[in-house]
Design a protein around this ligand. Structure first.
Ligand SMILES: C[S@@+](CC[C@H](N)C(=O)[O-])C[C@H]1O[C@@H](n2cnc3c(N)ncnc32)[C@H](O)[C@@H]1O
Length: 280
């Protein structure tokens, strides 16, 4: 079977099973199996696949057919300016979360060493991207999931930051280290009704602990705000991602805990998704 034939078969199989982007996904899978760039595949569509590669291709295709996200099948996802290892222990980095990086660097002068905490680091995509931009800063990244911390550590190593970020497997409720200049967090904020309505790609495959914000979606947002109040220096900044219907309640919780709202940033679809605030 040559590249052309297997691409057609793969695309049809995914299409029949209602997978969006069926052609692109098939091409990416073939590129992974053959270890060739997509352009190389398209220029050599008559190349024959080895039997062992056909088996691998089919296995990956079945995983996609079961709605497993491409980032888990391929094992990586691009975020900000870098590539991050991803597996089912971590939330797949989302473009919306780049808002946190974009906002945070505005408060971190390039020549200063600021102290940063990333709460719920997951793959480590935010903190790694930030320290790449501001190498003089020192960072700690925490997560309740040991498996997520392992992925984040690997990502830091891949980006030559193993000695610059301190990763700790701990619940935010138990973390007690003070005087941070900046706390960043993309906490799990999906409420229990919306959790059930998520696409199968997310619902069936991404870690629930990275998604669920409890009954009303605010359990972790509240926790991060209350704890940040204690851990930040006066005038320290908290930059937090929220769901698109959570602005008013989040601002209320921030104000009740003594934070001044600096800015509310919108994502690419114009929804308010990221709050920058200052501990007064
Ligand atoms: C929405 S994911 C964000 C992951 C990553 N920062 C990103 O933006 O792609 C939330 C992360 O918070 C972690 N988490 C959930 N509850 C936590 C808690 N009580 N303390 C610390 N981390 C927690 C989850 O394990 C998950 O990795």
């Amino acid at each position: 079977m040559n590249y052309n034939q297997i691409l057609k078969e793969g695309e049809n199989f995914l299409k029949k099973n209602k997978i969006k982007n069926s052609y692109l996904d098939t091409e990416l899978i073939l590129s992974k199996v053959t270890n060739k760039k997509r352009e190389e595949i398209l220029l050599n569509t008559n190349f024959k696949l080895k039997d062992k590669d056909i088996i691998k291709f089919k296995n990956y295709l079945f995983r996609r057919h079961h709605k497993e996200p491409m980032a888990y099948i391929l094992g990586y996802k691009h975020f900000w300016k870098h590539k991050f290892l991803t597996n089912k222990s971590v939330l797949i980095p989302r473009p919306d979360t780049e808002l946190i990086v974009e906002e945070a660097i505005k408060y971190l002068p390039i020549d200063k060493s600021k102290k940063i905490l990333d709460v719920g680091t997951g793959s480590g995509c935010i903190v790694v991207s930030l320290i790449k931009e501001r190498p003089k800063c020192v960072a700690t990244a925490i997560d309740i999931s040991r498996k997520a911390i392992n992925v984040a550590k690997t990502n830091a190593k891949l980006h030559q930051l193993a000695n610059k970020i301190n990763f700790i497997n701990i619940d935010i409720d138990k973390y007690k280290s003070y005087n941070y200049d900046l706390i960043i967090s993309n906490p799990p904020y999906i409420n229990s009704i919306e959790l059930n309505r998520l696409d199968d790609d997310i619902k069936l495959h991404e870690p629930k602990i990275a998604l669920s914000g409890g009954f009303d979606g605010f359990r972790n947002i509240k926790k991060v705000i209350v704890v940040s109040k204690k851990l930040l220096k006066i005038n320290g900044k908290l930059i937090i991602e929220i769901g698109h219907k959570q602005k008013n309640q989040s601002v209320k919780i921030l104000n009740e805990n003594g934070f001044y709202i600096n800015k509310i940033s919108k994502d690419l679809s114009g929804k308010e998704r990221c709050i920058t605030s200052t501990k007064l």
